[in-house]
Write a protein that binds this ligand. Structure first.
Ligand SMILES: NC(=O)c1ccc[n+]([C@@H]2O[C@H](COP(=O)([O-])OP(=O)(O)OC[C@H]3O[C@@H](n4cnc5c(N)ncnc54)[C@H](O)[C@@H]3O)[C@@H](O)[C@H]2O)c1
Length: 443
């Protein structure tokens, strides 16, 4: 099939490369010329395992190219996927400007009498398909064009997105056109995954419902961690005991400093706003968002309770700034938010992240912050070390040696990566989230 991808970010670039790897002929379009040039020169704009090799492979096989030229890109695709960003606007709803601008360009550059299937992969509020349709028509003006719209929400996880695209738990496709549904089914039918065929509104809502449910799970276990801290229970034991119930499942039950990233915060908030637009007060989601903020504030309060509100004499080492492990993405990262608060209170920060230092520099600048080349450097003369992203390598450091380099042996573990009993044995003053002081994770 001839496929065009509009928006070459995490979703668009990965989807484009994977579709090309499935044997399709893909053109990826972006308005960002530097990004496009880099991709065509084999330089990836994002860190994603296996992406560089895959893009080089499919480009070499002449099945993948990136461009800024809307006309040729739109003319090329029988299927056109909209994968542009849908960030929050000031009011917390999804900003659809990029989606509408892409839709108008599709209308403008679709040749007369040509037929296109226009598929929204971006996460958009329920009902957006009607507006996409309108904007395509606006772009087409007086020209007669034939097209159908479809919704195909994306569920990939940054860090494992190529694997996810090939092994998704499910494919969701929504359309009111049998032709569009059938062409999309053809695209995905070789996967060993169930395909949910539905209407446009349901497909759009599935994405928000899924992300909001996962965020609810995280906020739920974070609330339980608060009860653990007040009662002497241990949240890891509680999560283990809960998660073994197959109706609950163990994933997304890790207590910590809250959810962040480019999707969960904006999607939960956008669903809440959409509900309000339809005169429904989705109170549970309000609670999920409040719990998420409170969890971060509670963690930072622990620091202020220990050191007081002026942190200006203190050196704080930080492990992790990406919003989660496996990615360089720092958008809405809780780690970045925590670093800002600590630095705002005067602390000198020494930061290391295996993939996200460049993006962290863009967000945080150089004031009172040093960027380190390894975890080991972070410990040198630090008064406290903070674990803020759950990179597995942070769990496997040689803490016996490392804590010896610190001014005082204090660790704030915002991701519950370490074993409290082990830390106690090393003489570390250890602060986890909802952890029992002498909890032993070895059994
Ligand atoms: N990142 C994820 O893990 C993830 C997962 C599932 C769904 N999503 C959703 O997918 C969408 C894209 O997310 P992302 O993380 O890939 O975004 P991104 O910001 O990484 O990439 C978006 C790209 O679109 C380009 N763009 C903007 N306007 C354009 C236009 N008019 N024409 C062409 N290109 C344009 C930008 O230059 C940018 O490169 C969002 O709706 C997001 O919620 C993201």
């Amino acid at each position: 099939m001839k496929i065009t991808i509009i928006g070459t970010g995490y979703v668009g670039l990965v989807s484009g490369a994977v579709f090309a790897d499935w044997g399709h002929n893909v053109v990826c379009l972006d308005v960002d010329k530097k990004k496009v040039d880099n991709i065509n020169n084999g330089i990836m704009p994002i860190y994603e395992e296996g992406l560089e090799e895959l893009v080089k492979k499919v480009s070499g096989e002449k099945r993948f190219i990136a461009t800024t030229d809307y006309r040729s890109a739109v003319e090329h695709g029988e299927l056109i996927f909209i994968c542009v960003g849908t960030p929050s606007n000031q009011a917390g709803a999804a900003n659809l400007d990029y989606v509408f601008s892409a839709s108008e360009s599709i209308g403008k550059y679709t040749p007369e009498d040509d037929y296109k299937v226009v598929i929204t992969k971006s996460t958009v509020p329920v009902g957006t398909h009607n507006k996409v349709r309108e904007h395509i028509k606006i772009g087409a003006g007086d020209k007669k064009i034939k097209f159908d719209v479809a919704s195909n929400p994306e569920f990939l996880r940054e860090g494992t997105s190529i694997y996810d695209a090939n092994n998704t738990d499910r494919v969701v496709i929504g359309s009111d056109s049998e032709k569009a549904l059938s062409v999309l089914e053809d695209l995905y039918k070789h996967l060993d995954s169930p395909i949910v065929k539905t209407d446009l509104a349901s497909a759009e809502l599935i994405k928000y419902a899924a992300n909001s449910f996962l965020a609810t799970k995280i906020s739920f276990i974070n609330e339980i961690s608060q009860i653990c801290e007040r009662t002497g229970a241990d949240v890891k034991s509680v999560a283990l005991g809960m998660g073994l119930d197959q109706r609950i499942g163990s994933r997304f039950l890790n207590a910590g400093i809250g959810y962040g990233g480019s999707c969960f915060p904006k999607d939960v908030e956008a669903l809440y706003r959409t509900s309000s637009e339809y005169f429904y007060d989705f109170r549970l989601l309000r609670g999920v968002m409040d719990a998420n903020e409170r969890q971060r504030d509670y963690f930072v309060d622990k620091v202020f309770r220990k050191y007081g509100s002026n942190l200006s004499e203190l050196n704080f080492g930080v492990l992790g700034s990406a919003f989660k492990n496996g990615t360089d993405d720092t958008r809405k990262s809780v780690a970045i938010a925590v670093i800002r608060v600590l630095r705002g209170a005067g602390a000198n920060i020494k930061l290391y992240d295996p993939a996200a230092l460049e993006n962290s520099k863009k967000e945080l600048g150089d004031d009172n912050i040093e960027y380190m080349n390894s975890s080991e450097e972070v410990f040198d003369k630090s008064d406290s070390v903070f674990i803020l992203t759950e990179w597995p390598e942070f769990a496997n450091l040689d803490y016996k040696d490392l804590v010896e380099k610190m001014n005082s042996k204090v660790i704030f573990d915002g991701r519950n990566l370490l074993d409290p009993l082990e830390m106690k044995k090393l003489g570390v003053e250890y602060y986890g989230v909802g952890r029992k002081e002498d909890a032993d994770d070895t059994h």
